[in-house]
Design a protein around this ligand. Structure first.
Ligand code: GLU
Length: 471
């Protein structure tokens, strides 16, 4: 693939956890850069000093690396820090002022409201012709054209048209001389030679203003691509308050990175055939930014969970065991560290692997092996311990005391006891399973018993009998 001049960027503000919307923007930018032999620039927009924290910046870099956007890849450039370009932002503001494209303004919000009757109508141009010079407290406003229109070339939305008369004379630097986001973002894009801006839809309304700035600074604006908003099952825009947003939180719940990346790529785009589960490398080749849909993308946690199950099943046993590791020790594991036995776990792992949709579910499947006593769950107990359960368990206990300790033998023994009680195997298993594992569902019962061993199995049957027949 020949190197191209396509330069895209991902420009997060380090003001919080790295979330799924940001991850999707980053992945789409990455796919475009990589498939075209272009460049992906990482720019940290760290000018909001009140809200920035250095650890968020490292968090972004680590999260990008985790989803495959590696700073070591030749397509990767940066990170650049917006704060380091502050002089250029000020220069640009002054250049616009010197060229008559911007003017100083000393209007207060109250004055504007008094004149226009509302806070929401935008600036009325009061200071346009007043010829104010710089003074502390005076903002610099961009003089937008009164006529004509600004046509944004957007690869996702077509060509949205904004009549210039409707674009207010917006502030480009504040009363203390510090540039606002609109300007700093444009100056950086310009300095970094960005040719295509792929970002969230919430920035679409900034775009005509930014495009006017590009033109006023004597440069050709980039092409834009505004990605659809991501919504929850109630069709509400995902929000910090309502929804789980941080990539880290999904991983902590037991989602695999590969499944997350696969699913995030589909939030607004699809490979076009019936396949949805596809490794990133393949998607990277098929992805076309022009084919991104502009309608809201539904973040369907159920679908993501189903994807995750598929990804878990596709792992090798070894990789599955490695992926489970964080759940098998403190603080996540409910058992004492000494009680865990990696060899025992390795026997059960392939059986668990076919059943999990989230890695975090692993502890519930294997805890009976490592806890001193099975978990106590009253609902499971009530469901399994119907009248007659005690008699059945007593007979099972008797049979198991002398049985060969091997899954098939244990199964035959329980089948025989069940028959004596007029119960099919499925029904006869339920009280045994709850007595031994604490739960009504779980891994294949007889393999579980074999692994748990005679002594502990009998002790648990005894404990259950004691609970059923205290006297
Ligand atoms: N720092 C802005 C944000 O995180 C980036 C805007 C852009 O991509 O142009 O929303």
């Amino acid at each position: 693939m020949s190197a191209s001049s396509i330069r895209v960027r991902f420009a997060p503000s380090p003001t919080g956890m790295f979330h799924v919307g940001g991850a999707r923007s980053a992945l789409y930018n990455w796919a475009v850069a990589r498939q075209s032999g272009g460049t992906f620039v990482l720019r940290i927009e760290d000018t909001d000093t009140a809200r920035n924290r250095p650890e968020w910046t490292q968090g972004i870099i680590d999260a990008l690396a985790a989803i495959g956007i590696s700073a070591d890849d030749p397509a990767f450039e940066g990170p650049y820090f917006q704060s380091e370009n502050a002089v250029r932002h000020r220069e640009a503001a002054l250049r616009l002022y010197a060229a008559g494209r911007a003017y100083y303004c000393d209007c207060t919000r109250e004055q504007l409201k008094e004149r226009t009757g509302s806070e929401h109508l935008g600036y009325d141009g009061f200071c346009r012709e007043r010829g104010l010079e710089f003074a502390e407290g005076r903002a610099l406003r961009f003089r937008t054209p009164d006529e004509g229109e600004t046509v944004v070339e957007d690869l996702v939305r077509g060509k949205p048209i904004f009549p210039n008369a409707a674009i207010e004379d917006f502030v480009i630097s504040r009363g203390d001389g510090s540039p606002v986001f609109l300007l700093a973002n444009v100056v950086d894009d310009l300095d970094e030679g960005i040719t295509l801006v792929i970002r969230g839809e919430e920035h679409l309304s900034n775009t005509p203003k930014q495009q006017l700035l590009w033109e006023a600074l004597g440069a050709r604006p980039p092409v834009w691509a505004h990605l659809p908003v991501i919504v929850n099952e109630k069709r509400q825009k995902l929000s910090k308050r309502r929804d789980k947003l941080a990539l880290e939180d999904y991983l902590a719940d037991g989602f695999l990175l590969e499944a997350m990346v696969n699913y995030l790529m589909l939030l607004g785009w699809g490979p076009g055939d019936d396949r949805e589960i596809m490794p990133y490398e393949e998607m990277e080749q098929l992805f076309r930014i022009e084919n991104v849909n502009s309608s809201p993308a539904f973040f369907d946690v159920k679908k993501l969970t189903a994807f995750n199950g598929e990804y878990i099943r596709a792992l090798s046993t070894e990789a599955f065991i490695a992926a489970c590791a964080p759940w098998l020790s403190a603080p996540r594991a409910p058992w004492r560290a000494e009680a865990f036995d990696a060899d025992v776990f390795a026997v059960m792992a392939p059986l668990a692997q076919t059943r999990l949709t989230l890695l975090s579910e692993i502890t519930g499947y294997v805890d009976f092996l490592f806890l001193d006593e099975p978990v106590s769950d009253e609902a499971s107990w009530a469901k399994a311990m119907k009248p007659g359960a005690a008699d059945l368990l007593r007979d099972v206990r008797r049979a198991y005391a002398g049985a060969t300790w091997q899954a098939n033998e244990l199964k035959s023994a329980l089948t025989a006891v069940g028959e004596n009680h007029g119960l099919k195997l499925g029904k006869a298993q339920a009280p045994v399973r709850v007595a031994v594992t604490g739960r009504t569902v779980g891994l294949p019962l007889f393999e579980s018993l074999e692994l748990l061993g005679r002594e502990r199995t009998l002790a648990r049957l005894d404990a259950a009998l004691l609970k059923l027949l205290p006297n």
